[in-house]
Write a new protein. Structure first.
Length: 479
């Protein structure tokens, strides 16, 4: 499906979802007491596993926040508050006083769901719009809003103030106008001032990173759908154009940023989120091509990386005492674009440290003794590929077959007390040889052996380690 068709389906879906919200009869407004009541507050400790927090406000509305697995990096205290008086916003016909989710401005790695269940006395549920309150005069609808028999729900990417109501035609136009004036443009990126934010580089919403951008895009699409449902197609088209402009400007702003030293964490996620946006919205081909190339380049730069730990040792405690030790690490990588296709080439290089110590008294009577010492390095290059194997049971495994080329550079001294004229001589070694290894492509997989001997032991072991690149981030930087 090409991009225009995909975009058309998105708009149609939004129009269908909001038509039922706006074309029916009146709605009963939530009760508003003559004087402010005390706020209703709920707190919960929620971490990476996700969780739920809910309360019932003074008017009998049940407000739920459903946080999915992976939305938070750390365990934090989440507070849900329904105040006793109305939270100011530009929508004239509110159906509940609103509520706050704190820490305010905290960004989520995955979208959470807000669900509002109204009491039976509230009718016309299918017309209610839930929205985030960005400022007293600026709101945006929640993403992917759905109405049930007594519920309205939508997705959010950040904590803040929220309410629900029935926005009038002119109120919708005013909100779109504010968006077009630049309220959603990126004017800078700063670290969130909220302690315990979901990530070290969390940013305030709207204009500060892909989370705010995505929230803005979905909000504008909801406004466009509402206008279309009301029969104002020209104004809906203007809202769609504002959405496209926001998407393009956000992508261009992201591309203009310096690539961080460690790009393989949240920066990579941001690159792919902006790339996905470019496929959903009508933006210039130049910008779409630029973000696609950038996302693929970052993905390959943040290749699947691994190390092969090589640990070799021979200990002989017989009359001929011998201790040989070599140890080191080969660092390798696989391009993600290759690995995603299944079988992929792998390359790497590294070095081993080498030491040798030998001693043998071969004539006790004459005290003839042979000794040798040597030290140096062994360079290693690796070439191989991953292989996908399917068992008859349907189980699929990935193996790494690798060819290792060794080249040593070792210098030492060999001595023999029998030689009176020149008992010691310098030694050098510059040998080259090849070996092969086969690993199950999982962290900690081993190839080799270790065994005891009569006078010691022999170890020739290689261990594969998979490096988790997604955990590398520059702190205090937002994308």
């Amino acid at each position: 499906m090409n991009t225009p068709e995909r975009f058309f389906l998105i708009i149609v879906s939004v129009i269908i979802s909001v038509t039922v919200l706006l074309v029916n009869g009146g709605v009963a407004r939530a009760g508003e007491p003559a004087h402010a009541l005390p706020p209703v507050v709920q707190e919960a400790e929620i971490g990476p596993a996700g969780g739920r927090i809910a309360l019932t406000d003074n008017a009998g509305n049940v407000i739920e926040l459903l946080i999915p697995t992976g939305a938070l990096d750390d365990t934090i205290s989440v507070t849900l508050t329904a105040p006793g008086e109305m939270i100011r916003n530009p929508v004239g016909k509110n159906v509940l006083h609103g509520f706050r989710i704190e820490p305010e401005n905290l960004l989520l790695n995955q979208p959470a769901v807000i669900r509002i269940t109204f009491p039976a006395s509230v009718t016309g549920i299918d017309k209610i719009c839930a929205f985030s309150i960005i400022r007293d005069d600026f709101v945006l609808p929640l993403a992917d809003m759905k109405a049930g028999s007594q519920t309205v729900e939508g997705r959010i990417y950040f904590f803040g103030k929220y309410a629900a109501g029935i926005p009038a035609y002119r109120e919708i136009l005013a909100q779109i106008s504010k968006a077009k004036e630049g309220n959603l443009s990126a004017v800078g990126r700063t670290r969130s001032v909220v302690p315990g934010s979901s990530g070290a580089g969390s940013c305030p919403p709207l204009g500060f990173g892909w989370e705010g951008t995505e929230s803005s895009l979905h909000g504008l699409l909801e406004w466009a759908g509402m206008l279309s449902a009301l029969g104002h197609d020209d104004e809906a088209a203007q809202a769609i154009h504002a959405t496209e402009k926001l998407a393009e400007n956000a992508i261009k702003d992201f591309l203009s940023m310096d690539i961080p030293y460690h790009p393989c964490g949240k920066y990579t996620r941001a690159a792919w989120e902006y790339f996905e946006m470019s496929k959903l919205f009508e933006i210039s081909p130049e910008v779409r091509d630029a973000i696609e190339k950038h996302a693929m380049a970052i993905a390959d730069r943040c290749a699947i990386q691994f190390t092969i730990e090589i640990d070799r040792e021979i200990v002989n405690t017989s009359n001929e005492k011998e201790h040989i030790k070599s140890y080191g690490v080969v660092t390798g990588s696989i391009k993600w674009s290759d690995f995603s296709d299944g079988e992929a080439p792998a390359t790497g290089h590294g070095a081993l440290s080498y030491s040798y110590d030998y001693s043998w008294v071969y004539n006790n009577a004459l005290k003839y003794k042979s000794t040798a010492k040597a030290n140096g390095t062994i360079g290693v290059t690796a070439d191989g590929r991953t292989v996908v194997k399917s068992a008859s049971t349907g189980e699929v495994t990935i193996r790494l077959n690798v060819s290792l080329h060794f080249k040593d550079d070792i210098k030492g001294t060999a001595c023999d007390t029998k030689d009176k004229e020149k008992p010691c001589q310098d030694t050098e070694s510059h040998k080259e040889w090849n070996e092969t290894a086969d690993f199950l492509f999982v962290d900690g997989a081993k190839f080799g052996y270790e065994q005891k001997t009569k006078y010691g032991f022999v170890r020739n072991m290689m261990t594969l380690h998979i490096i988790r690149m997604d955990q590398q981030d520059d702190p205090d930087i937002c994308y």
